[in-house]
Write a protein that binds this ligand. Sequence first.
Ligand SMILES: *Cc1c(COP(=O)(O)O)cnc(C)c1O
Length: 377
Amino acid sequence: MTTQTLPEKKSGTNLQPVEGLLKLAPYRQGKSTISGVDRPLKLSSNESMAGPSPKARLAVADLASTGAHLYPDGSQSGLRTAIGKVFELDADRIVCGNGSDELIQLLMRAYLSPGDEVVLSQYSFGMAFVHATSIGAITISADEPDLKPDVDEMLRHVTDKTKMVVLATPNNPVGQYLSRSELVRLRELLPEQVMLLIDSAYADYVVEDDYESGEQLVDSHPNTVMTRTFSKLYGLAALRVGWMYARPEVIDAVQRIRTPFNVNAAALAAAEAAVGDTEFTRFVRDENNSERERLHAELEAIGIEFIPSFANFYLLRFADNGKTAEAAGAFLEKNGIIPRPVNAGGPENCLRITVGLPADNDRVITTLAHFMEATPA
Ligand SMILES: *Cc1c(COP(=O)(O)O)cnc(C)c1O
């Protein structure tokens, strides 16, 4: 019998996680419960209150009854083909992820090294900051002074060490987008070797002619990537599916580090059915947009500033009417409605609220009307 000599045990020598990691605050999900309220109306996470297409529901049920024992299709070919058909894109330039969150992480792991600089537009996806930091990259925030991505602000922070620029369009928590001409200007003025990540999570809601979600730019310029999600308009947040569109060399890099079954079979089946149901997609989009316009008019009429949005949520500002966002949030919660307070670093004195179904929105309008009447300025 041999005895192995192990290093002597010392106290206080726990392994430390990578540099900078302990400075990250753990992710805080939109609140989902209110104590004492049975079924609160959760309007804190930009989920689709319409839920997924009936075809997606059937696809999940079918998978559950006949296919749950089989590994998913690791090539994701059914879903990639369906996305390619609907968006008129080459399916070979698409890769799917466990939410677009995972794809952003994979892209960063594929391209960033410790010490690289990443410019994050102010109102982009919070997880991009977390993923970049976990790699040891240095993140720099570019202001959005007009509450939308600002090309000159982003460019101002680009140095020799910049590897990636990340923006969300429409952005979150505001819902404003960068025009096509501005997006093209950004790409053309960025050094070619800088990766531009365009997070278009809310693209499905935007119908404006001067909007560009990024795919044209991926085709026309190297080092450009677009990410999209099934979590918002498609109503599949629970199943976690996102997709990335990029040139073959970028897809190849991401494929090499993707785990083979990163998107589960229920998610693949549901997303494939959902993306094919274009009639349902259009219905959800149009209802969202007309409800958003109605909310805009009705909330403004009761004296609340409504910041224009092109997504499935809106930002209310309480600065000039003598009320606070905090009081409005508490009042909504007391009435069973959960909004999302805007975190530090976001626009001040604002509440973000998801556009719900018409009856949900009626409740928000009525409750906020009571709030404006009931609490003296
Ligand atoms: C919701 C959201 C996403 C989507 O994340 P998933 O991981 O696909 O659910 C991405 N970016 C922004 C800005 C978002 O608000």
